[in-house]
Design a binder for this molecule. Structure first.
Ligand SMILES: [Zn+2]
Length: 298
């Protein structure tokens, strides 16, 4: 049962956060990371992806991660699956939810997934159908919803079109990503106002990167506009290899701190979340990028 003050924090650290890490992260550390996140009160954790290890070597161990984690009943564990092969592997690994990844920018789609927006959507049709047949819920991602590294500003209409297609195909939720973190609150609101006309706001999530330090402001704007699901990555993990200078996802700790201050309930224990973020930061050999984690460490 949710009420109007409920916000879902969708943790993407183990996938979006770690996928571009160059160094080896041991399987047992990934498992421990997901297990720690599972005990924070989070309800959604994107724990891996079933993509070709040739493209994303860091995610090659996703099947093992899903096999070895200790699942918490209240947590939905999801994985990114770009094609049928990935979906079959995800079903084998007993994922609760899958995600497909599209772009609102034609050039970004070409560079990132080697096909047009239209072709990417065509490819998702059998993936989504097969997932739904197996009672697996499907989440859609739309990247570059306000800006693209190749095309600059992106028209809200382009975002609305892709979002609606994903929703029509059966995605229960569409996560709108400011992949390179260039957005400001007005751009987010203008985009949402157009997207909301085609896809109900209850089905929209916001996914912000903090490249220009705007992520929390943008999330606040999205919440004011009615969005109730926020993607984030503990310790601010993440980046984008196709978007130079793109820094990590907004830190989950910072989002939870803001939600608490706003009197919005997300059910996440901030202390446990900080511990999970510090754990993975230690494994990566660097400090947490979460401002809240840094402040509370002093
Ligand atoms: Zn991201």
């Amino acid at each position: 049962m949710t009420n109007n003050n409920d916000i879902t924090v969708y943790e993407v650290g183990p996938r979006d956060g770690l996928q571009n890490e160059k160094g080896v992260i041991e399987l047992h550390d990934k498992v421990e990371f997901v297990n720690r996140l599972s005990n924070t009160g989070l309800r959604k954790i994107e724990a891996g992806s079933f993509v070709s290890p040739k493209w994303v070597p860091q995610m090659a161990s996703s099947a093992n991660v899903f096999q070895q984690i200790t699942r918490v009943e209240s947590v939905c564990y999801s994985a990114l699956t770009p094609n049928l092969k990935g979906l079959e592997a995800a079903l084998e690994a007993n994922v609760d939810e899958i995600a497909v990844f599209a772009a609102a920018s034609e050039s970004f789609s070409q560079k990132n997934i080697n096909c047009s927006i239209e072709q990417s959507i065509e490819r998702f049709i059998p993936v989504i159908e097969r997932a739904l047949e197996n009672n697996i819920s499907v989440r859609g991602y739309v990247s570059c919803v306000v800006g693209c590294p190749y095309e600059g500003n992106i028209s809200p209409n382009a975002v609305a079109l892709v979002s609606q297609k994903l929703s029509d195909l059966g995605c229960y939720e569409v996560s709108l990503g400011d992949t390179i973190g260039v957005g400001t609150p007005n751009a987010i609101i203008n985009m949402l106002n157009v997207v909301k006309d085609a896809t109900p706001v209850e089905q929209l999530a916001i996914h912000c990167h903090d490249t220009y330090g705007q992520a929390l402001a943008n999330i606040y704007a999205a919440i004011e506009a009615g969005v109730t699901t926020v993607d984030s990555s503990v310790a601010g993990l993440g980046g984008c290899p196709y978007a130079s200078g793109a820094s990590g996802n907004v830190a989950s700790e910072d989002v939870v701190y803001m939600l608490e201050g706003l009197g919005l309930n997300c059910g996440v224990d901030l202390g446990k979340l900080i511990d999970a973020g510090n754990f993975i930061s230690t494994q990566l050999g660097r400090a947490s990028q979460s401002k809240v984690a840094q402040a509370l460490a002093q």
